[in-house]
Design a protein around this ligand. Sequence first.
Ligand code: PRP
Ligand code: URA
Length: 206
Amino acid sequence: MPLHVLDHPLASHIITHLRDRTTKPATFRTLTYQISLLLAIEATADIETEDKPIETPLERVTGRVLAHQPIVVVAILRAGLGMVQPFLDIFPDVSVGYLGLERDHTTAVARSYYSKLPPLEGRHVFLVDPMLATGGSAAKALRAVKEHGAVDPTLVCIVSAPEGVAEVEKHHSGTTIHTATLDRALNANKYILPGLGDFGDRLYGT
Ligand code: PRP
Ligand code: URA
């Protein structure tokens, strides 16, 4: 499975501050924006470009611009919302979809409660969710976007556990995953170790 882990000093710096239990929600949101921007750049490194002849103030040159192939970002609610803005900021043609998934507090099994997806056929689909723990939410979300027409969607996460990566590979073999860090394991309550706690709670101060 193509698993890409961010390798940049800035990524390590941001992750460490996200992990820190004393980091307050306002700073946590800024750090989420920053790490998601790095991930958005990394995850889109091979999207198509095309020639564009232009004139600089000095001469003609043929440059490269993004080919017209709209990007769709699908956020897994609620924590995935924190990762959407960087995609909106750097790509001119982007539409946004939402999938509401919530883990049960005792079983850790994700339940679907909302879906609002734009057309996905023929588009680059990036599924964003900061935490890949058991992989149950990601596997359900990948199935939902594929049923809606996505081909080869990319999963973009901030913290991943080996168990979650394996679960995605089991149900959606060959899925490309971009993550800022690959952590050690899950604890008995299916939280990632060392992790950063409940991402949604820390993002929204709940
Ligand atoms: C978190 C996280 C993922 C999910 C990961 O969401 O944002 O969606 O858990 O866990 P999994 O890999 O074991 O499925 P949560 O269900 O807590 O909902 P929230 O974003 O609304 O807080
Ligand atoms: N969801 C979170 O927000 N954190 C974890 O560690 C696992 C699932």
